[in-house]
Design a binder for this molecule. Structure first.
Ligand code: HEC
Length: 85
């Protein structure tokens, strides 16, 4: 409940950083929804970015490719996933 007021702030912040990243984040939430067992909400942006870096470089297998996304995109998407979308 206490997190709710901050969600719009996180969304607006990520939109400012990269609109493309925000569109991708919507796709990520199809699997990493806060209600889902794969939720990344509350894991922390640094942790999520680290995992995304490994996915982008092909170090770990993942159903969704992150190829072509910039570091800014990764941060913006991580902020959305960490905040629970
Ligand atoms: C089709 C479903 C699906 C979609 C869409 C999806 N993921 Fe995943 N993701 C998974 C699965 C499955 C795992 C592996 C979970 C495990 O093995 O613990 C995973 C793992 C991850 C991890 C590693 C988490 C960890 O435990 O360190 C990250 C980070 C991640 N996904 C980010 C993303 C991002 C960013 C997107 C959007 C571009 C995305 N995922 C879209 C299914 C999905």
């Amino acid at each position: 409940m206490r997190v709710a007021p901050f969600l719009p702030v996180i969304l607006i912040a990520s939109l400012n950083v990269a609109v493309a990243g925000d569109e991708v984040a919507a796709k990520c939430l199809e699997c990493h929804d806060p209600e889902d067992s794969l939720s990344l909400a509350g894991e922390g942006v640094d942790y999520i970015v680290e995992g995304m870096n490994m996915i982008r470089s092909g170090e770990i297998r993942h159903p969704e490719s992150l190829e072509g996304l910039s570091d800014e995109d990764l941060k913006a998407i991580a902020a959305v996933l960490d905040g629970g979308g």
